[in-house]
Design a protein around this ligand. Structure first.
Ligand code: SF4
Ligand code: SF4
Length: 117
């Protein structure tokens, strides 16, 4: 990969600590990609609720784009944000250059950076 290609590569930064599990991103993505039932461009997984040995509760939602995600190529070309970013009720998703997003990873825990194949 050339330096130019690397610096222009985009991705999604997901701050899952504040994901509410509302599934709006799944619906927005399905509509954007015009997917049939049971097909998803993004899934929201749920872990818990479960009491840890230390007596704390773990209950986590983790949204992750699937292999069908094209980072909303058409919307982005038209100057819009990706549909999941636009419709996330908790505003926890950020779209942008991977280089910039990866710097934000150091700012707080419980974030993931998605980059398409
Ligand atoms: S960026 Fe677009 S295609 Fe990818 S998960 Fe979000 S809404 Fe779906
Ligand atoms: S729309 Fe946002 S808050 Fe709702 S499930 Fe998706 S990522 Fe989580």
């Amino acid at each position: 990969m050339t330096e130019n290609k690397a610096s222009s590569r985009n991705g999604l930064l997901i701050d899952y600590e504040f994901c509410t599990g509302c599934h709006s991103c799944e619906v927005a993505c399905m509509k954007e990609l015009k997917l049939p039932p049971e097909q998803y461009g993004i899934r929201v997984l749920e872990d818990g609720p479960r009491k840890t040995p230390k007596g704390k509760w773990d209950w986590t939602y983790l949204p992750f784009p699937t292999s069908l995600c094209d980072l909303c190529e058409d919307r982005v070309k038209a100057g819009k944000k990706p549909s999941c970013v636009q419709h996330c009720q908790a505003a926890i998703m950020t779209y942008g250059p991977v280089e910039e997003l990866s710097k934000k990873l150091a700012e707080k825990p419980k974030m993931v950076l998605f980059t398409p194949v």
